[in-house]
Design a protein around this ligand. Structure first.
Ligand code: HDE
Length: 722
């Protein structure tokens, strides 16, 4: 094989080979296609001719009159032509997203179940590109909408690209891939009015949900806090589908893939998510880029669940059914590796937009199961890349593997690889570009005995749909259940067809009668009187996101607003800035203005003051995880400002910690007394009237805690009505 490939070895591969460590392999590979607009290289046309004027169209002019533009102007025409064709079709789903580069390191070999080098060689450092996305909205929609999040990872392994094209929710709406167009049509904006954007809160989606009982489990995840993550860095990822791992003895294991965030799983609250969609539609995109920029590299543990082939039928559900989880008390997750994202893209379009994932991209040692959803996905992804990027999409820099690529596929639009030689078929008289034997690493599917009748149906176990929907609901904490109830209230409130919300209220009786009754009351459906099925009462571990809090609470990479005006207390201010930095969080100074702000007693003539990062009117409390206000005479000015009082109230309403010292304590109290009850169920919980080291409480919010505090602030327990 080595000889055969040597002839066609591409320049890129030579560059890659010379990369000093595997860590840089993909980045080195991309360098070859990278220009730098700041390199002072002169402007040329696309055919390389230097250009003297790129601002005026060639015209007939005299001193008094600017006459007709000339069609002859090839420079102007090229500029306009290229502009006219800048857009490519957006992804048919998952159009809105953002990506980053990183590395995958294997900590424990999984050689008992697979031969894949990426999962057995602990000395490797495999480059990756990850893309996170929403599903429903267009490319320009908001980040914080209620939706599933895509979690797609491309591993550039030494044996070829391996893509795990996953989501942040472990199950899917449908069991059969042939249903995907129906599902996507139902969730996307409705056909007659193209409404709504970035939302599932509409008749067609919930109509589809009711008519597909198998969607109930996933629907419950979608109305939970999982669908409004605080950050891409704080969500789990799941391969969802069942794959096969094959070991050196040819033994097959069923497998599911998991990503577990080191920072824990955290969510926004719904009011926050709604507001952010308008106040900062790029919230998640910026959050990821900022964290990487500040070297707060997000990390995930990589885990696998494995079931030996002979145990396939040991479960009450079908292990190939993508509407089911493998509960972790039955099949524990084995953590074997770590993903770190540590480099932002250089250019969005050529990297994040042109990256293309395929579930069919697997490497030797990893195979497909008969999971019917996966089988269809394997067809769909390759196909959609052809319409989005053209048939030669795998040659694009971001998509091409770092290992040698050579075969007899040829031609097609935009082919740019040049393959020297006189044959383009196999077998050929030169033995040119032959297949590799299995012993030498050539891919071969492990043997599997298959029998059955040809039919359009699924096996019997696929017909049970509600056990796990109930398991999910039972496993949630009280405040998560409340959020589910309120989310259903919101979603169905946006449906104006009584058939839709009445149906859904009935469907909910298959999960929990009280839930169904409360939702019916909220959305105007007749109150169901009987449950369609009794609750089995079972729970599963690590379903509630509360089971994923980091062992050591951390505020690492969180954004803390510090509000100041002229006359702030410099001691409290500096102390807090230092404490926030020491804890690995990001202090952001919010001034009454962005010109220098002076501390109490600071002389304008002798001091430069502090230049705030922002002024309060350019920001909103929603963009921060906590707020601190130092005391000092500046409080007189802050107290006059309705927007700052609202900032304080809103911070509290969104269950975030507020720290205040000195005169600021009264300001906080005053602002909290003004807020409606639903924002504050007691007057001081969550408010810390001092400053010090920041530690994290549960959920996604903080307490500012120090030994001097008399009580630990538990903001969640008092916020259950939010
Ligand atoms: Fe996708 N999905 N999907 N999907 N999906 C696409 O491929 C499809 C499904 C997922 O960041 C499309 O490149 C079918 C499950 C992610 O570029 C398309 C079925 C899961 C992304 C497609 C599913 C996903 C996509 C559109 C049912 C979680 C974004 C653009 C059988 C495990 C990847 C594209 C990125 C994108 C088809 C179901 C995740 C049309 C037919 C289940 C993360 O090919």
């Amino acid at each position: 094989m080595a000889t055969a490939i040597a002839g066609g070895l591409h320049k890129a591969q030579e560059v890659v080979k010379s990369a000093s460590s595997s860590k840089g392999k993909k980045l080195v590979d991309l360098e070859r296609d990278t220009n730098d607009v700041h390199a002072k290289t002169p402007f040329t046309t696309d055919h390389g001719v230097s250009v003297s004027n790129t601002d005026n169209w060639l015209k007939v002019v005299d001193d008094n009159r600017s006459g007709p533009s000339l069609l002859e102007d090839q420079i102007a025409r090229e500029k306009i032509h290229r502009f006219d064709h800048e857009r490519i079709p957006e992804r048919v789903v998952h159009a809105r997203g953002t990506g980053a580069f990183g590395n995958f390191v294997l900590k424990k070999s999984a050689e008992d179940v697979t031969t894949a080098g990426v999962l057995t060689d602990t000395t490797r450092n495999t480059p990756v590109f990850a893309r996170f996305s929403t599903v429903q909205g267009s490319k320009g929609s908001a980040d914080t909408v209620r939706d599933v999040r895509g979690f797609a990872v491309k591993f550039y392994t030494d044996e070829g690209n391996w893509d795990i094209v996953g989501n942040n929710i472990p199950v899917f709406f449908i069991q059969e891939s042939i249903k995907f167009p129906d599902f996507v049509h139902a969730v996307k904006p409705e056909p007659h009015n193209e409404i709504p954007q970035g939302q599932s809160a509409h008749n067609n989606f919930w109509d589809f949900e009711y008519l597909h009982p198998e969607a109930t489990h996933m629907a419950m995840w979608v109305v939970s806090d999982r669908a409004i993550p605080r950050s891409y860095r704080m969500m789990q990822g799941f391969g969802v589908n069942t794959f096969i791992l094959v070991n050196g003895q040819g033994k097959r294991h069923f497998a599911k893939f998991h990503w577990i965030p080191r920072l824990g799983v955290h969510s926004l609250v719904w009011d926050e998510a709604l507001k952010l969609a308008g106040e900062d539609p790029d919230f998640h995109r910026k959050d990821l880029m900022d964290a990487i920029h500040h070297k707060a590299y997000p990390r995930w543990d990589f885990g696998i669940q494995v079931i030996p082939e002979e145990r396939q039928d040991d479960f009450e559900f079908d292990i190939l059914d993508s509407t089911k989880i493998w509960p972790e008390d039955l099949v524990p997750v084995r953590v074997i590796g770590e993903l770190e994202l540590n480099r932002n893209v250089d250019e969005f379009f050529t990297q994040t937009e042109q990256v293309a994932f395929c579930t069919s991209h697997i490497v030797p040692g990893i195979e497909f199961s008969d999971d019917p959803l996966l089988q269809g996905r394997n067809f769909s992804y390759f196909d959609t890349q052809i319409s989005r990027l053209g048939v030669n999409w795998e040659e694009l820099p971001i998509n091409r593997p770092i290992c040698p690529v050579l075969n007899h596929n040829r031609d097609g639009a935009m082919r740019h690889k040049i393959t020297r030689g006189t044959v383009n078929y196999w077998p050929n008289r030169f033995d040119a570009c032959p297949p590799t034997s299995v012993e030498d690493g050539g891919f071969a599917s492990a043997r599997q005995k298959v029998s059955g009748r040809k039919d359009r149906t699924l096996s019997v176990k696929f017909r049970e749909h509600h056990n796990q929907a109930q398991l999910f609901y039972n496993s949630l904490s009280d405040h998560e259940k409340l959020h589910v109830t309120k989310a259903l209230g919101f979603e169905l409130d946006h449906c104006d067809d009584p058939v839709v919300y009445t149906h859904m209220a009935e469907r909910l009786t298959e999960i929990d009668l009280q839930l169904a009754q409360r939702v019916a009351e909220m959305v105007g459906a007749p109150t169901p009187q009987t449950a369609r099925r009794t609750n089995h009462g079972r729970k599963a571990p690590r379903v509630s996101q509360m089971d994923f809090m980091p062992k050591t609470p951390t505020v690492e990479s969180r954004r803390v607003a510090i509000i100041i005006g002229d006359g702030y207390d410099p001691v409290a201010f500096t102390g807090m800035v230092d404490a926030i930095k020491a804890a690995g969080a990001l202090p952001l100074i919010i001034g009454t203005k962005r010109q220098p702000v002076y501390a109490e007693g600071e002389e304008k003539s002798t001091s430069k003051g502090v230049i705030p990062d922002h002024q309060y009117d350019g920001q909103r409390s929603t963009m921060f995880d906590a707020t601190f206000i130092p005391g000092g005479p500046h409080i007189k000015t802050l107290a006059q400002n309705g927007q700052i009082r609202h900032w304080i109230a809103e911070t509290f309403g969104h269950l975030k910690t507020i720290g205040a010292t000195g005169e600021a304590v009264d300001l906080v109290r005053q602002a909290l007394n003004e807020v409606p009850l639903r924002y504050a169920s007691s007057d001081d919980d969550g408010v810390v009237e001092s400053y010090g080291v920041i530690t994290c409480t549960r959920h996604h919010h903080f307490s500012l805690a120090k030994t001097s505090f008399t009580k630990e602030v538990n903001i969640l327990k008092d916020a259950t009505d939010f």
